[in-house]
Write a protein that binds this ligand. Structure first.
Ligand code: ADP
Ligand code: GLC
Length: 481
């Protein structure tokens, strides 16, 4: 049996702000339990819902030196769906209404603490990982600390680390002196070949330098981040480590996201019944959201964090033009104020066609996947993207920009060969996107049979974890030897 410990800042069902939580919550369930024991370590945020906090059992606690103080570290444990979760507890560090604060400094302090405490807790778990699998910048210090203060401890000898990049844009950067003060790491680590990048300390960079292997969440993104445009200033390092870097596309939880059993859908449907049943969800959503009651109109869904990563500048640019067409646009998302207000504005202006739902809701997200005919995701960059996979599963045809995981998971429609599962465009250009949306409208309105065959293909595409989980297993085997 090989032991793997995921360390991450969020994971379903406990805490989620985006796709990272979906991956951390679903991949461990799908790895072969005969050979691998995968467990997950998360912070015990006070904003985790109470019914989930009640599932956690206190294991032990200790005090640890951190940032010139002696801090409490509690360890709790919970088992959900056969997966063991550990939680690092310290209310001062993990309080508040959200897992992340708007101030990077606070987050750097919080997650440096999390990294050090996670390592210090490991000998007390009764579970020695062969591999620590780290996710995003919040866990970047783990491979570093492992080579530093934990290196002398026999328990940690031979433990390997993997750093998975879910989003290279976020790196955990602050000035060297402050980060040195927080982390207690000596000068040696703050040089441009280690944690320093362009005069700042950079926690993700630390992880990328010291991890034994690096992965990211699609093959295309693995190529893209070796180039300056997508490399977020770390493309040089990623080129240098390209032998240790590979892309493994994400999957989604096919039990949780299943239109045939989805508890959030008013009308369940499957690949064989969508022609009759899916429309009922559209009617229900139109009624709920006060849109025109119209069976025939093409409904385009958007479920997303509202940030520039997701291509909202393109949408803002052509929204007036798009709203002249026979379409309905249903948005669910929260994030940057400018995009929240942009959608509120168009909801006000085209009230019977546009519905802006500026909040976070699991239930509403499922209803939109279940009701919409098409799903718009014109990202500027997209490491993998899970929303388009959910859309495919629910027979909502993705319209995407060909970048990162969007390129790897959506096959563009080819009307001559009758192939494809969605529509895509190449350049980050608003009218190229509008042209693609209009092409989709044309197929939807004029070639409904072709459209429905595309829905057949979309729903038949398999983005459950089993292929990708096997790739992780191969990597674990190879690393452990
Ligand atoms: P990212 O991780 O960059 O946000 P992904 O496409 O990988 O993008 O994952 C987004 C996840 O978050 C999906 O599960 C999506 O359904 C969900 N999501 C995003 N915004 C909301 C929202 N406002 N309400 C509910 N779920 C949301
Ligand atoms: C990040 C990326 C997204 C990816 C998710 C899970 O949030 O933005 O593209 O799907 O992580 O890997």
């Amino acid at each position: 049996m090989k032991n793997i410990l995921f360390v991450a800042s969020e994971g379903v069902p406990f805490i989620k702000t985006g796709g990272l939580a979906d991956v951390v919550g679903s991949l461990p369930k799908c790895v072969d339990k005969k050979y691998f024991d995968i467990r997950v370590m998360l912070p015990k945020y006070t904003c985790i819902p109470e019914e989930l906090r009640n599932k956690m059992v206190y294991k032990t606690s200790f005090y640890m030196d951190f940032h010139w103080k002696n801090e409490y570290v509690g360890i709790l444990e919970a088992v959900v769906d056969g997966v063991t979760y550990y939680f690092i507890d310290n209310e001062g560090k993990f309080g508040g209404f959200r897992p992340y604060s708007s101030n990077v400094y606070d987050d750097i302090e919080k997650f440096s603490f999390f990294c050090k405490a996670s390592l210090a807790a490991m000998p007390l778990l009764g579970f020695r990982p062969d591999i620590i699998h780290c996710h995003d910048w919040q866990t970047g210090l783990i491979p570093v600390y492992l080579k530093e203060r934990f290196a002398g401890n026999e328990f940690f000898q031979g433990i390997k680390t993997i750093m998975t990049i879910h989003n290279l844009k976020f790196q955990g950067k602050w000035d060297v002196k402050t980060v040195q003060d927080i982390t207690g790491l000596p000068d040696y680590f703050f040089t441009p070949d280690k944690l320093e990048a362009y005069k700042n300390a950079n926690l993700l960079k630390g992880g990328l330098v010291y991890a034994d292997a690096i992965t990211t969440v699609s093959e295309t993104y693995a190529d893209e981040i070796k180039m300056p445009f997508y490399g977020e200033s770390l493309d040089g390092l990623l080129r240098a480590r390209s032998n240790d870097l590979r892309g493994i596309v994400n999957g989604i939880d096919y039990e949780e996201y299943d239109p045939a059993t989805d508890k959030f859908l008013d009308y369940k449907y499957s690949a064989s019944t969508f022609r009759k049943e899916k429309i009922k969800n559209k009617r229900a959503l139109q009624k709920d959201l006060g849109l025109d009651q119209d069976d025939k109109i093409m409904m385009i869904g958007i479920v997303s964090r509202l940030t520039d990563q997701k291509g909202f500048d393109l949408i803002a640019y052509i929204m007036d033009e798009l709203c002249q067409d026979a379409v309905q646009i249903v948005v669910l998302g929260t994030g940057e104020e400018q995009y929240e207000n942009m959608f509120r504005h168009f909801d006000w202006k085209y009230n019977n066609k546009v519905s802006a739902n500026i909040y976070y809701s699991e239930a509403m997200s499922h209803k939109i996947y279940g009701a919409s005919d098409a799903f718009l995701m014109p990202s500027l960059f997209e490491p993998c993207g899970l929303s388009q996979l959910m859309a495919l599963r629910y027979g909502s045809i993705p319209i995407v920009r060909e970048t990162g995981g969007l390129k790897d998971t959506v096959i563009p429609y080819n009307e001559y060969e009758g192939t494809g599962t969605g529509f895509s465009f190449v350049n980050y250009n608003a009218h190229e996107m509008l042209g693609t949306i209009r092409y989709a409208e044309k197929i939807y309105y004029d070639k409904k049979r072709e459209w429905n065959k595309m829905v057949d293909r979309a729903m038949a595409a398999d983005f459950s974890w089993h292929v990708s989980a096997r790739k992780y297993q191969e990597m674990y085997d190879w690393l452990i030897g």
